[in-house]
Ligand binder design. Sequence first.
Ligand code: GTP
Length: 397
Amino acid sequence: MLQIAVTGKPNVGKSSFFNSATLSEVEVANYPFTTIDANAAIAYVTSPCPCGELEVTCNPRTGKCEEHIRYIPVELIDVAGLVPGAHEGKGLGNQFLDDLSQARALIHIIDASGSTDAEGNPCEAGSHDPLDDVNFLKGEVTMWVYSILERNWPRLIRKVMSEHLNFAKVIAEQLSGAGVFLDDVLEAERSITDTNYDKWEKDEILDFIEKILEHAKPIIIVANKIDTPTAYENIQRLQEKYDQVIPTSAESELALVNAQKAGLIKYQSGDDHFTIVDEAKLSDKQKAALMYIDENVLKKYGSTGIQETLNTAVYDVLNEIVVYPVEDEHKYSDQKGNILPDALLIPKGSNPRDLAYCIHTDIGEGFTHAIDARRNMRISSEQELKQSDIISIISNK
Ligand SMILES: Nc1nc2c(ncn2[C@@H]2O[C@H](COP(=O)(O)OP(=O)(O)OP(=O)(O)O)[C@@H](O)[C@H]2O)c(=O)[nH]1
């Protein structure tokens, strides 16, 4: 399953984000390092389910479908302990970096209210500039990878040169434990102009690592605590400076999801509104909190931003698409009659053969052809699959 890390300085709202997205119960408190271990849980990205347009009732094997919106599972990892200088052992040191190694993308939460200082301690709202927090995650991760490469660089380069080995392959092997793959290194290699690797100085190695990481561990900037008065101006400045900044209020999402679970409101993650089920059941305090969220988050920003963050990470940053494999192309079902049982996330650009391998190696090896169930037509094994395709794979294994 696709893994995404939620990270950032202490106190910015990582646990709240993680809890609201996964509804698990990790401790939330207003002091640094409430979360000491990496927590992993299932969150969901959303996509319109073809069951609506096809007028069928689907039976998801994993996740769920509500009002023709399919909820597709991804694994979220709550990674704590990141402070500036962590790669030198500050805070909880390097421990968090190992947790990041499994992740394909990093959700970097920053406190847009400016009420958490550089080290992650609570401070007066507005007294810290969140723009100062954006770059350090990239810096820490870069230095982590550098520490892996640095100690072996001369030996690796000697090996590449004397044994005429492929540079990208050797580097990728060295970084496999950090979750860096050959594709990531090949992508970075394209921008290299100086191939005298044995003469590279620290800066050149660092530039190269940054390029690898852009591909291997893309970062999504999330500006949290938008419900606070000091956040608005900071978010505008962040959005002016960086291409993609997603405003969120993890605490509001948590409150809304809990109210929805308790049957007090009707609300779906990602909605721009909620409906109160029975006003008499709400205390004055609850009513006031819901009204505050409505005015200061939903009406102002369009949503709490949590679902948008997950969808942006998976669809826009990691470039995944959703495809529905079926066995019976007429009924859109598996052999047992379950309609649209699976919604798979696969990289954009995948073809039916890739999909077959994604389902199972045996199915990939026995692949003969594929059928586009919507059009009831055989398609080429090389044809690029599209978002929401329903595909039947024919395999002789
Ligand atoms: N106003 C506001 N406060 C929030 C929001 N999200 C989290 N907080 C508060 O920020 C504080 C820290 O939240 P946590 O979720 O524990 O933060 P963390 O980043 O996991 O902290 P560590 O475990 O120390 O790394 C708590 O007091 C939360 O209630 C939000 O969207 N708005």
